[in-house]
Design a protein around this ligand. Sequence first.
Ligand SMILES: Nc1nc2c(ncn2[C@@H]2O[C@H](COP(=O)(O)OP(=O)(O)OP(=O)(O)O)[C@@H](O)[C@H]2O)c(=O)[nH]1
Ligand SMILES: [Mg+2]
Length: 394
Amino acid sequence: MGLFAAVMTGPGAGAIATILLVGESAHGVLSDIFQPSGNRPPIFQAGRILLGHIVDGDDTVDQVTIGCEGPGTFAIHCHGNPLIVERIMKLLQGRGVELLAAERLLARTFAAEQPNDSIAVEAKLALAKVKTLEGVRIIASQMEGGLSQKVRQWSLEIDSVAADEIARQARQILRDSEVARPIVSGCTLALIGPPNTGKSTLLNALAGCEKAIVTDIEGTTRDWVSCEILMGPLAATVIDTAGLDADAVAAGRDEIDPAAQARSIEILHRADLVLLVLDLSRPEVRIDPKLLETLAGKRVVTVLNKSDLPPRLDPAALPARLGAPVRISARHATDLDNLIGAIGRTLGVADFDPHTPIAFTPRQKALLERLASAAAPSNPAATIATLRHGPVEG
Ligand SMILES: Nc1nc2c(ncn2[C@@H]2O[C@H](COP(=O)(O)OP(=O)(O)OP(=O)(O)O)[C@@H](O)[C@H]2O)c(=O)[nH]1
Ligand SMILES: [Mg+2]
């Protein structure tokens, strides 16, 4: 193994920054550029923390602490000014250290620690990017159990289990991965509906701040506004869109911008789930039949807003395919928990068992798709071995 370093802390200024230096001869490099406090020679022994200065010849670069994390692994904690960090990195580079992105260095070190379990390595790398605490639980459980355990089991039983059975299990894992995706990586929810039903008010209520402009004028929202919101176990990017009003567009009414409406439809297509927001206080339902067709292939939660006003809409008059609606008052933030519960149920994330095997990287997904495919080779052993030991993309 060579000598590698990466900045492990995020970009920009901070109180401290951490540079990880890895390699068998890393202590030799440090002996060159690190002057310990107290003028005693440093002992680079695993478990020790050293205080001193990084020096460039006679020039002092910064006061640092160095954590000796293991043989050949050192965490240099310096001050978080990016100029200081860059200078230390250049000093290391000048001594033959290869500079890497943090993720690549971690991928290498994790793979060296666990050369026989690529899934565990991928889980360690993925943990830094998971969007929710529930998602952390799911990914952490894949290291020993979950997908890692399932692939170990397949390797052991490869001679006694039919390829068809492995294909069936792989298809189930891919389905479960889709259910877990909103918890692990987040999902997109689109607020769609006729003008003035309270879509922007609902975005603000869910976000807990005034993200979108609210007025009683139809067509207030023209461009979309989005906000990242944690909702129970899932992380959602909620997108508020311009109200959809086909009649107004057909009549050329100026307040409803056709371009804004086209964008709303585009967002609807891309969303994992649509919140169809209707006004409970108005007798008529202004849903364009074309919109209903578009919604047919989507997961939809119908929201009857303005429940604080006398109800004038008959829910029985709603098209059956819209399912059971949820009543809320976005203005008063009433019954939002019911709405979040309905979203969770529609996405299937409520009560997701964190130990369920899931694919959480494109590499795993591609290999599982190969196992799941009807055209898979009759002996899936090679694909299973690649899942278990194949190179990790860092
Ligand atoms: N009484 C009551 N009024 C509400 C509620 N939610 C929204 N409103 C009002 O309804 C009007 C329209 O609200 P918006 O949030 O701008 O509606 P919108 O669907 O975003 O409208 P467009 O952007 O034009 O499509 C405003 O006057 C809001 O204050 C509610 O729960 N109860
Ligand atoms: Mg709006």
